[in-house]
Write a protein that binds this ligand. Structure first.
Ligand code: CP
Ligand code: NVA
Length: 310
């Protein structure tokens, strides 16, 4: 492994250098190959990964738990009612105690600051498995999937249609870091955070790419190599679901919208998808859709992340 990332945490893609991002992709490719050919790759023999989930999960939970097992270690799942964390014990004390037992922590929760604090007070790598602010493991996987399909990243254009949420934020971080153009179309009041947009613009300037934020999905999708969308109401926003359906109605990714992209565009979605809302079946199940390759790659990319950090 060319780049030494041992002991680091992964909280935001923005904390990674371009070299570290490509190191993750190289190791992902090699681990994917080894799994396919049945070659042993027990790089984390005897290691333990604590997996803290304050929100539900299909992909993140199953891919991390399977991944650590395939690497020779063991994953321990902690659901919303399992730990004292934030109920009768502070984040800092929890971080210090878990650091005495485990080799790494993966956490999915609401408040991004809790993940930052877990890493700050603990002495083992912390991996962000989604917060209200960011979803870095998903976007590293998305970029790896795009690289597999398109052979390059720099110079491509990704259009994200929908809520300016954790996915939009991590896509802004990720695309701008690797020199992809990113265009985000969201309704007023649901734009990504200005601080994250500004930071992405600074990255993009350095890489010679573009960041644009618009109200117009057609404009965003024009000439896109990738069309990406996500749910209109994220975990924790279920009560706003009906209201958001009305607000986001014209931001659906459907066969009429995708006509504006390049003919060989990829359709991507982090999943779970609310079919009929943010995307139609016609698009999600089309030949351009790579949503299940994307889901599979969570396993390979997160194994690389664990192998490099832990
Ligand atoms: N994309 C993703 O993180 O899926 P889960 O919520 O099922 O983990
Ligand atoms: N924005 C979604 C992503 C799910 C993977 C959520 O936070 O619920």
């Amino acid at each position: 492994m060319a780049v030494n990332m041992k002991g680091k945490s992964l909280i935001s893609i923005n904390d990674l250098t371009l070299e570290e991002i490509y190191e993750i992709f190289d190791v992902s490719k090699s681990l994917k190959q080894k799994l396919l050919t049945g070659e042993p790759h027990r790089l984390l023999e005897g290691k333990t990964l604590g997996m803290i989930f304050s929100k539900p999960s299909t992909r993140t939970r199953v891919s991390f738990e399977t991944g650590i097992f395939q690497l020779g270690g063991i994953g321990m799942y902690f659901g919303p009612n399992d730990l004292q964390l934030k109920k009768s014990e502070s984040v800092s004390d929890t971080a210090k105690v878990l650091s005495r037992y485990l080799s790494g922590i993966m956490i999915r929760t609401f408040d991004h600051q809790d993940v930052v604090d877990l890493a700050k007070y603990g002495s083992i790598p912390v991996i962000n498995g989604l917060t209200d602010l960011l979803h870095p493991c998903q976007v590293l996987t998305d970029l790896f999937t795009i690289l597999e399909k398109k052979r390059v990243l720099k110079g491509l254009k990704l259009a994200y249609i929908g809520d300016g949420n954790n996915m939009a934020h991590s896509l802004l971080n990720g695309c701008s870091k690797v020199g992809m153009d990113i265009s985000i179309a969201s309704p007023g009041g649901y734009k990504p955070l200005q601080e994250i947009v500004n930071n992405a613009r600074a990255n993009a300037k350095y890489m010679g790419s573009k960041v644009s934020i618009t109200d117009d999905p057609v404009d965003a999708v024009k000439n896109a190599d990738i069309i990406y969308t996500d749910v209109w109401a994220s975990m924790g926003q279920e009560k706003e679901s009906e209201k958001r359906k009305k607000i986001f109605k014209s931001f659906q990714v459907n066969s009429s919208l995708v006509k504006n992209a390049k003919a060989d565009y990829l359709f991507m979605h982090c999943l779970p998808a609310h079919r009929g809302d943010e995307v139609t079946n016609e698009v999600a199940d089309s030949a351009n859709s790579v949503i299940f390759d994307e889901a599979e790659n969570r396993l390979h990319v997160q194994k690389a992340i664990m192998a490099l950090l832990m």
